[in-house]
Design a protein around this ligand. Structure first.
Ligand code: SF4
Length: 242
């Protein structure tokens, strides 16, 4: 399988989909790999604590073995599941290894560890897409949703990263998971981030893992809704897994 051209795998998957083939002979084009299930926060909407997993990080050796197996067909690896990926001390080496293998990559962070040094390391490693989970535009609401975090520090980290990200090497998204607790902040969140250049805005309605989620993106710096509902995520995926 490792020699199978990526485009052939994609065409085979498309054919399987169109013909409703129940068991797919094609290989996956995207992987979600949990670099760690540890986190430095305990957000009110997070199911992580209920998942009964021992806190641990994936080793660099295991990670490389997975990437070596996947590199003939996988086009996109995402590091976000449970946990804060920047807590894994090998995360920058992992991203660089993925990129060296010809695979694009994305990561979701709560932004607390997004220091200047870590921001530069993400850019140098070649990360394609970074989502920063913010969920609020005011410290008051933020502290209710993400207790124990530091709103000013996180916002400062995002602004700093935007400045570091010259030539838009990385796509950056400011994300709000929309729930009852932050509903009053929704419009202010959109207004704040849509006026900023070089960052996209994602509003992601809260839903159960089995639930349907509609995503809305706002074009950075213009305030235009560029795709809603649903296709924004598909567009982003195709762009990142190009
Ligand atoms: S930052 Fe993410 S993983 Fe950590 S507790 Fe909050 S929602 Fe869960």
């Amino acid at each position: 399988m490792s020699g199978r051209p990526k485009w052939r795998n994609r065409i085979q998957l498309l054919g399987n989909y169109l013909w409703r083939v129940p068991v797919l002979p094609g290989m996956p084009i995207a992987l979600i790999i949990e670099a760690t299930n540890r986190c430095n926060l305990n957000c009110i909407m997070c199911p992580r604590e209920k998942m009964n997993a021992h806190p641990r990080d994936m080793s660099l050796e295991l990670f490389k073995r997975i990437v070596d197996d996947a590199k003939g067909y996988v086009q996109y690896i995402d590091f976000s599941f449970r946990g804060e990926p920047l807590l894994n001390k090998n995360i920058f080496q992992m991203i660089a290894y993925v990129k060296k293998s010809g695979i694009n990559t994305s990561l979701q962070t709560n932004g607390l560890l997004l220091s200047r040094e870590n921001g530069r390391s993400l850019l140098d490693a070649g990360l394609d897409l970074l989502t920063v989970s913010l969920d609020a535009s005011s410290a008051e609401i933020y502290d209710k949703v993400r207790p124990g975090s530091d709103f000013r520090r996180v916002i400062g980290n995002v602004q700093q990263l935007i400045r570091l990200n010259d030539r838009n090497r990385m796509t950056i998204i400011a994300q709000m998971v929309h729930m009852a607790e932050n509903h009053s902040d929704l419009q202010a969140f959109k207004n704040h981030w849509k006026s900023q250049k070089h960052i996209l805005v994602r509003i992601k309605p809260f839903s159960s893992p089995q639930g349907w989620s509609i995503l809305i993106f706002l074009r950075a710096g213009t305030g235009d809704l560029f795709d809603a509902p649903g296709f924004g995520e598909a567009w982003l995926f195709v762009r990142t897994a190009r």
